[in-house]
Ligand binder design. Structure first.
Ligand SMILES: [Zn+2]
Length: 185
């Protein structure tokens, strides 16, 4: 067990001795901190400190955006000159579902360390959106790798790409609202 201090200005909670001079959240002086009675086990704290989920979510986030851009470039180019771009879209579209799985697995692990109640509404929504993201990116990978480039196929791939980007934005926003619960309470 270790002792915690809380910023009276913004409510940020930190481990005593790790905050020097100013609050890392709002910039208030160290003198505006008070002792905060909060018990957390060392194991739970070390799980939290790994920040696995906040790190791993950047992969599906950036890859979904990259994938969408590369697909647009590939489709805008002429049929016989875009073979390299098609190859890149194939590779990226195959990687995306695996990064979604890694982010979801770390999210479940992180939620166990971070949240008192792991059956919360936002957590459920995040799992639903994450599952939808996985299905969307999986279908997209299949269509791209089997070169379903009919007019209907291309529209589907573009729509699925857009949905992937929307899923990652939505998940990021939901996640941010969860971390605020921890900081402000
Ligand atoms: Zn503060």
């Amino acid at each position: 067990m270790r002792s915690f201090i809380k910023c009276k200005v913004c409510g940020f909670i930190g481990v005593e001795g790790t905050i020097h001079q100013v609050c890392p959240a709002c910039g208030a002086l160290l003198s505006s901190f008070e002792n905060y009675d909060y018990e957390i086990g060392d194991k739970r704290l070390s799980n939290l400190k790994m920040q696995l989920h906040p790190m791993l979510v950047h992969f599906p986030q950036s890859i979904s955006i990259l994938s969408f851009l590369v697909i647009i470039i590939a489709f805008l180019m002429k049929r016989d000159t875009n073979s390299e771009w098609i190859l890149i879209t194939k590779i990226i579209s195959m990687i995306l579902p695996f990064t979604v799985i890694a982010a979801m697995a770390s999210g479940v692990f992180d939620a166990k360390a971070r949240l008192k109640n792991t059956n919360g509404k936002i957590r459920k929504q995040k799992i639903q959106i994450g599952t939808f993201f996985l299905v969307v990116s999986g279908i997209s990978a299949i269509l791209i790798n089997y070169e379903v480039f009919t007019a209907f196929g291309i529209i589907s791939i573009l729509l699925l790409g857009l949905l992937s980007v929307l899923c990652s934005i939505l998940l990021g926003r939901k996640g941010a609202s969860l971390s605020c619960v921890l900081i402000r309470n």
